[in-house]
Design a protein around this ligand. Structure first.
Ligand SMILES: Cc1cc2nc3c(=O)[nH]c(=O)nc-3n(C[C@H](O)[C@H](O)[C@H](O)COP(=O)(O)O)c2cc1C
Length: 381
C-alpha cells in the first residue's frame, strides 16, 4: 500500500476493502447528486488570503462546541450502518474520536448500540435521534442515552421522508447484506471485511432490534422502520424532546434562515447547517453556500455548526471563516474506517488536523477561535 497522505487516499482504499453495497451507500447522494457534488465543489471555489512574516509560534486548534472542550472544531457526524463499513465500526470510530479529543455522534440507525459504545469508551459521546411515531420508543432511547452519559443530543429533522439514492436500490442495500450470488462474489473479493464480520455479533441495528416492540428480526425491522419516521413531526415535538432530554440539544438539518429562527425559539443550544451530505433534497444549496445567511440570521443567538463536503482541514477553516463554530465529518471518517478501521479514522483526523493547522498559519493566524472571513478573498465566497 502506498503512503496515505490525504482523505482521497483513504477513499480509494475504502473502495477496495468495503463491499460495493456499503461503499456505494456511503459514497453517493440523492437523485442527480447535484447537491452532493456542490457540497465539495463550492468549498473549492473559496480562496484564501495568504499572509507572511506573521509570528506562527504557539498555534492552537482547541476550542469548544456546545460548551465542551474539543481538540479541534471537528466532530464525527452520525452515520447509519457504520458497523457495515467495518466490523464494530461505531466502536472503533468512537474510540478514535475519544483518543483525539473530539465528539463522536452515534446514529439512531447504528449497528453498535448506545450501550456498546458506552462499554467501549470512557468519555461522553453524543447521540443522534430520529423522531419515530412510536413515542414510548423515543422516550426509551432518550433514557438509554442519558444512562450512557451522552453529553449532547443531536436531533435530526431532515429525514422524515427518504431521498432516493439510485445505487442503494440497485444494490438491494440491507443489513446484514442479503446473500445473493452477486453479493457473495463481491464479498469474496473483500476478505478483511468478511473476517471482521465473522468475528463480531454486531450485524444489525443495535439501538432498535430487541428494543422496539415487535422488532426481533430483519424482516420485522424493515417494515417497522419504513412506517416509523413521523411525517407529522413539528416544532412542538422538538420542544417535547428538549424537555425529555434536559441536556444540550443540537438540531441538525437546518438549511433555511426561517427554520434557524424557529430552532432558536424551540430552545436548541446549537444548529447544524446540513443537507444530510446531499442525500436528501437534491437541488438544495450546498451547506457552505447556505451557511452565511443562517449565521446572519441567528449567529448572535445560537451556536451555528455545519457539515457537508468537508474532505480537508482547508474545508474546515473555510466553514469557520463563514461563521461556523464547529464542523462535522461524515464520509471523510467513513473512508478512513472502511480503509483501515480505528487506525484509518485516526489517520483521517490527523490529516485534517495537520491541514487545518498549516492553513491557519499560512493565513496568518495562530488561534482557531480568531478565524473569520478576513482570511478569505472577497468575491470568492
Ligand atoms: C452513509 C451515511 C449515513 C448517514 N446516516 C445518518 C444518520 O443516521 N443520521 C443523521 O443525522 N445523518 C446521517 N448522515 C448524514 C451525516 O450525518 C452528515 O450530515 C453528512 O455525512 C455530512 O456530509 P459529508 O459526508 O460530506 O461530510 C449520513 C451520511 C452518510 C454519508
Amino acid at each position: 500500500m502506498s503512503v496515505i497522505t490525504n482523505i482521497e487516499d483513504l477513499r480509494v482504499l475504502a473502495q477496495k476493502r468495503v463491499p460495493r453495497m456499503f461503499y456505494d451507500y456511503a459514497d453517493s447522494g440523492s437523485w442527480t447528486e447535484s447537491t452532493y457534488h456542490a457540497n465539495t465543489s463550492d468549498f473549492a471555489q473559496m480562496k484564501f488570503r495568504q499572509r507572511v512574516a506573521v509570528n506562527m509560534e504557539n498555534r492552537t486548534l482547541k476550542t469548544k462546541m456546545v460548551g465542551q472542550d474539543v481538540h479541534m472544531p471537528v466532530a464525527i457526524a452520525p452515520t447509519g450502518l457504520t458497523g457495515m463499513q467495518h466490523a464494530d465500526g461505531e466502536i472503533l470510530a468512537a474510540r478514535a474520536a475519544e483518543k483525539f479529543g473530539i465528539p463522536f455522534t452515534l446514529s439512531t440507525m447504528s449497528i453498535c448500540s448506545i450501550e456498546d459504545i458506552a462499554a467501549h469508551t470512557s468519555k461522553p459521546f453524543w447521540f443522534q435521534l430520529y423522531v419515530m411515531k412510536d413515542r414510548p420508543f423515543i422516550e426509551r432511547l432518550i433514557e438509554r442515552a442519558k444512562a450512557a452519559k451522552c453529553s449532547a443530543l443531536v436531533l435530526t429533522l431532515d429525514l422524515q421522508i427518504l431521498g432516493q439514492r439510485h445505487k442503494d436500490l440497485k444494490n438491494g442495500l440491507s443489513a446484514p447484506p442479503k446473500l445473493t450470488i452477486a453479493n457473495i462474489l463481491n464479498m469474496m473479493t473483500k476478505p478483511r471485511w468478511c473476517m471482521g464480520m465473522l468475528g463480531t455479533p454486531r450485524r444489525n441495528f443495535g439501538n432498535i432490534v430487541g428494543h422496539a416492540s415487535d422488532v426481533s428480526d430483519m424482516s420485522s425491522l424493515s417494515s417497522w422502520t419504513s412506517q416509523q419516521f413521523d411525517l407529522a413531526l413539528s416544532w412542538k415535538d422538538v420542544e417535547w424532546i428538549k424537555r425529555c432530554w434536559g441536556g444540550k440539544l443540537i438540531i441538525k438539518g437546518i438549511m433555511d434562515a426561517e427554520d434557524a429562527r424557529l430552532a432558536v425559539e424551540s430552545g436548541a443550544d446549537a444548529i447544524i447547517v446540513s443537507n444530510h451530505g446531499g442525500r436528501q433534497l437534491d437541488g438544495a444549496l450546498s451547506s457552505i453556500a447556505a451557511l452565511p445567511s443562517i449565521v446572519a440570521a441567528v449567529g448572535e443567538q445560537i451556536e451555528v455548526h455545519m457539515d457537508g463536503g468537508i474532505r480537508s482541514g482547508q474545508d474546515v477553516i473555510k466553514a469557520l471563516a463563514l461563521g461556523a463554530k464547529g464542523t462535522y465529518i461524515g464520509r471523510s471518517f467513513l473512508y478512513g474506517l472502511g480503509a483501515m478501521g480505528e487506525e484509518g479514522v485516526t489517520k483521517c483526523l490527523k490529516i485534517i488536523e495537520n491541514e487545518l493547522d498549516l492553513t491557519m498559519a499560512f493565513c496568518g493566524l495562530t488561534d482557531v477561535k480568531k478565524v473569520d472571513q478576513h482570511i478569505l478573498i472577497p468575491g470568492t465566497y
